[in-house]
Design a protein around this ligand. Structure first.
Ligand SMILES: Cc1cc2nc3c(=O)[nH]c(=O)nc-3n(C[C@H](O)[C@H](O)[C@H](O)COP(=O)(O)O)c2cc1C
Length: 185
């Protein structure tokens, strides 16, 4: 049931991923799901940069460490190490990017929303494949273009960390019920 998959999907963090590899086929399934998100004026604004091989993740890890240090006024060695570790603990990291419509035919928020819907498709597909994942949006993403050149109007919105799950999916919780967030007329 789709509602069970939706409710059981969780943010699963890199320190709880197993060492089991994620295959290219699994990554392609996850990316294919992204491409079926809805999109106003069919701008299909989601763009992805995939860091799968150990070498790619090692290089990304080094960049993340450097970018973290640049993004804060006081560097914490602990936080810098943690930031570096995440790409190494993951089976794959995907940078989530959004390409603004060059003609700006729709407001930017709609393209951010469409990209977020693409990420939700990825997240649900990953869960279905027993792959834990989470969307990370640290301040350092503003430096991502220094590492991977982005097109004009393309922005990095965060990183999608993924790793094979071992054990149970964490328990979910919500601060308030849907009734409290809904008014019926
Ligand atoms: C746009 C977006 C950005 C997020 N950024 C972060 C982040 O930077 N760090 C983090 O720990 N979690 C981040 N999360 C994950 C949320 O913390 C998580 O979704 C929330 O705690 C609810 O938990 P659940 O996903 O397991 O239901 C982000 C989620 C979204 C949708």
């Amino acid at each position: 049931m789709i509602s069970e998959i939706i409710q059981n999907r969780r943010s699963v963090y890199p320190d709880s991923y197993s060492k089991e590899l994620i295959t290219k086929n699994e990554i392609n399934q996850i990316l294919e799901s992204a491409n079926w998100a809805p999109t106003h004026k069919r701008t299909e604004p989601w763009r992805f940069k995939v860091f799968h091989t150990e070498e790619a993740r090692q290089n990304l890890s080094e960049f993340l460490g450097r970018a973290y240090a640049k993004s804060v006024s006081q560097v914490s060695d602990f936080k810098q190490k943690k930031m570096e570790q995440k790409a190494l603990q993951s089976g794959c990291v995907i940078a989530i990017c959004m390409q603004r419509d060059p003609q700006e035919r729709i407001p930017e928020w709609e393209e951010v929303a469409a990209t977020a819907m693409a990420v939700q498709n990825m997240w649900l597909t990953a869960y279905d494949l027993h792959i834990g994942a989470y969307w990370s949006s640290p301040g350092l993403i503003k430096f991502f273009h220094e590492y991977v050149p982005l097109n004009e109007g393309e922005k990095c919105l965060g990183f999608f960390y993924m790793g094979k799950m071992h054990g149970e999916v964490p328990q979910g919780n919500r601060n308030s019920s849907i009734e409290e967030k809904t008014r019926w007329f």
